[in-house]
Design a protein around this ligand. Structure first.
Ligand code: ZN
Length: 459
């Protein structure tokens, strides 16, 4: 516990009723304060009379008003562009592959401007629900594409979010994926290299990183998988792909590749710690043991898995085996929301449906959304917990309101009661949400643009 040391460049968050640190002991500090210097947490302490200690000093102070502070939540799987087709009527009751066949043609004329707006809307939703770091797995590059991922990095800069952009890819035509939606391996790898040179920042505290992300084994050739693994290894980048989402994809792999998905990926160089797989539902015991031994990660996406009826991820077994497990809201056409705190609630509820009431605690679920996600993204050393030396990314939720009134345990109520929005959000030491509003964003104007684009796309 530190002592307050006021200085002009510093920001203090005071009057925190419960500081949920998510450190190794899962400590919760009551009556806490945090000192932030140049985007880093430089001291944490507790005690009464915090205002008195800072009175008359020139320093920036945010009064948490007895709110609960969580580490900024980390979203490990998403497809932002899909928020232009939320609750799309023809697809609302379909399983994954028919659903994908139904929505993909909508995006044939998607532009960089459309993706920029969709990205800002997705980020706004994530930020208001406690998320400070997000990935996007953008794999659709129609003929109209130009500067798609550049537009996403620009949106992240405007919104002030910590962003890991997945340069997604598809090079194999199928019943699901039309030829206009594919690129050649050379086109894909050249663009990956260009984006790496332009945006990837490997430093501690980085706001922008790139990872390589073929969409799935149903639409990526062995050549694409191998080239992606080779480049990721030589440039030290994350690798991401959908895997183990549905039984239909398992059957596809057996029929077309003559192998289950995981061994096939291993043969293509995808058996490393830099890999995290989206969904990871349909793995057998030996595959789960193998994932753990190799230190690979899983982006668990409970809402999407329920919405598409895909199945239930074996989160506890994966963790016991030593695999990293983070949380993802998945694309907004199969969730159909980007509410990050709600995703943690749904992870808790879904685990209990299959494994009983003791299967996942509130803290277990918050771990998925914080430290679990950080380790999937290779950010265990600077993100995921509120400790001295880590990035100042944090979310302040109201301690008590209509939806939690009467709660005994305020922290448990965050997930057991209706999932709420943040009052304040701080990313990299900067206040990005205050009084429940994103600073510097004209939300009605953004939504008007978004709705116009969605109307055009769904026509
Ligand atoms: Zn997905």
């Amino acid at each position: 516990m530190g002592k307050m040391d006021p200085a002009n460049s510093r920001l203090y968050i005071i009057n925190i009723s419960h500081l949920v640190t998510m450190d190794a002991d899962r400590s919760i500090v009551k009556d806490a304060w945090i000192e932030i210097t140049d985007g880093w947490i430089t001291a944490v302490g507790s005690g009464q009379d915090q205002e008195a200690e800072l009175k008359g000093r020139e320093c920036k102070v945010i009064d948490a008003r007895q709110g609960i502070v969580l580490p900024g939540l980390i979203n490990t799987h998403h497809h932002f562009y899909q928020n232009l087709a939320r609750a799309y009527t023809p697809a609302t009751n379909l399983p994954l592959l028919p659903w994908l066949t139904c929505i993909t043609p909508l995006f044939r004329n998607l532009t960089a401007e459309d993706l920029l707006i969709a990205t800002k809307v997705a980020m706004a939703e994530l930020m208001l629900t406690g998320c400070t770091t997000t990935v996007d797995h953008h794999y659709l590059f129609p003929p109209s594409n130009s500067g798609f991922i550049d537009a996403q990095f620009a949106a992240a800069g405007e919104m002030g979010m910590r962003f890991h952009a997945g340069r997604g890819s598809m090079d194999t035509v199928s019943k699901i994926i039309p030829s206009w939606a594919t690129e050649t391996v050379d086109e894909i790898m050249n663009d990956c290299q260009r984006l790496y040179d332009r945006y990837h920042d490997f430093s501690r505290g980085s706001m922008t990183r790139l990872f390589l992300a073929p969409s799935a084994l149903t639409c990526a050739s062995p050549d694409l998988l191998k080239e992606s693994a080779r480049m990721a290894s030589s440039l030290d980048l994350g690798l991401h792909i959908h895997c183990g989402e549905t039984l239909e994809e398992d059957q596809y792999a057996l029929d077309h590749l003559g192998s289950r998905q995981l061994p096939f990926l291993a043969d293509c160089g995808w058996e490393t710690e830099r890999v995290w797989l989206a969904h990871g539902i349909h793995f057998d015991d030996a595959e789960i043991a193998h994932l753990g031994q190799r230190g690979m990660g899983i982006a668990h996406c409970p809402c999407s898995n329920m919405r598409l009826g895909s199945g239930i991820c074996r989160v506890g077994d994966l963790q016991k085996a030593g695999a990293k497990v983070g949380l993802g809201v998945d694309g907004s056409a199969s969730n159909d929301s980007s509410h990050m705190l709600n995703e943690a609630r749904q992870a808790l509820l879904l685990a209990r449906v299959k494994y009983g009431a003791g299967a996942m605690s509130t803290m277990d679920a918050l771990e998925l959304a914080t430290t679990g996600g950080a380790s999937c993204l290779g950010r265990g050393d600077d993100l995921g917990s509120l400790e001295v030396g880590k990035c100042a990314d944090l979310a302040i939720f109201p301690a008590e309101d209509l939806f939690s009134s009467g709660a005994d345990n305020a922290v448990e109520a965050l997930l057991l009661c209706f999932p709420r929005q943040v009052e304040t959000l701080i990313i990299n030491g900067r206040v990005r949400v205050r009084d429940g509003r994103i600073t510097g964003l004209d939300l009605p104007e953004l939504l008007a643009s978004h709705q116009t684009i969605a109307g055009r796309i769904q026509e």
